[in-house]
Design a protein around this ligand. Structure first.
Ligand code: 13P
Length: 253
């Protein structure tokens, strides 16, 4: 059985005053039946890791540079994330692919840097609305998987998040059948490339307008091992309700 994972992506939101959400979350889930990960902006990684120390909450970054160090003003190396207390890093989020022109090969290089620093990579894939309308979803996802995920990953060091771009921050979600189709496809592709050991142990998250009200039905879909939650992860009460729904969902794996 795969252990479930509830991950929150705070994106470019959060000040020190918001660290109280972490304390509320840790108090609400002292011994969770799932893994819980929060990825704040870089400025909050160290204080959030400190606030989460001694709790079950893991902390992650939202991006890293592909190089180990050097003349890259404004960028952050994977080892710096680990040094600040992160155990995970989100890579290839569609907002970074769009805002920073990141392509699959960039994501793969960053993932290699993250693996070298001992971080678990949460690699994001997802189609645009136009791509879905043109029935290209699985082709796009397949290309993103083979281009973005490096060789040498394990079920521990890789998490894949399926985030349809048109579902992010819109309140719209794919049908449960559409989510299941993509997650089954990702599982099949991982098994084919990495073998059944890695393929079956890698957690697959769904992301895009996950809320307390729709979480339970999404978590019942085959091969959905958790969620990557944006807006609803900012408030402990909402994220906590999503975690509770995840823990009540049927086991997967
Ligand atoms: P929302 O949950 O706000 O739609 O964001 C999803 C997301 O992009 C998480 O990485």
């Amino acid at each position: 059985m795969r252990r479930k994972l509830a991950a929150g992506n705070w994106k470019m939101n959060g000040l020190k005053a918001n660290l109280s959400e972490i304390e509320a979350l840790a108090t609400a889930h002292p011994a969770p039946g799932s893994d819980i990960l929060l990825c704040p902006p870089a400025t909050l990684i160290a204080p959030m890791a400190q606030a989460a120390s001694g709790t079950a909450l893991a902390i992650g970054g939202q991006d890293c540079h592909a190089a180990a160090s050097g003349a890259h003003t404004g960028d952050i190396a994977a080892a710096m994330l680990a040094d600040a207390g992160a155990s995970h890093v989100i890579l290839g989020h569609s907002e970074r692919r769009a805002d920073h022109d990141e392509h699959n090969e960039d994501v793969r290089a960053k993932a290699n840097a993250a693996l070298a620093a001992g971080l678990t990579c949460v690699i994001c894939v997802g189609e645009s609305e136009a791509q879905r309308d043109a029935s290209n979803t699985l082709d796009i996802i397949g290309g993103q998987l083979s281009g973005s995920i490096p060789d040498g990953v394990t079920g521990h060091s890789l998490v894949v998040a399926y985030e349809p771009i048109w579902a992010i921050g819109t309140g719209r979600t794919p049908t449960l059948e559409q989510i299941g189709e993509v997650h089954d496809f990702i599982r099949m592709r991982l098994e084919r490339r990495f073998g059944t050991g890695v393929g079956r142990s890698t957690r697959l998250l769904y992301g895009g307008s996950v809320k307390p009200g729709n979480a339970a039905e999404i978590f019942a879909v085959s091969n959905v091992d958790g969620a990557l939650v944006g807006g609803a992860s900012l408030k402990a009460a909402d994220f906590s309700a999503i975690i509770t729904a995840l823990e009540a969902a049927p086991p997967q794996g």
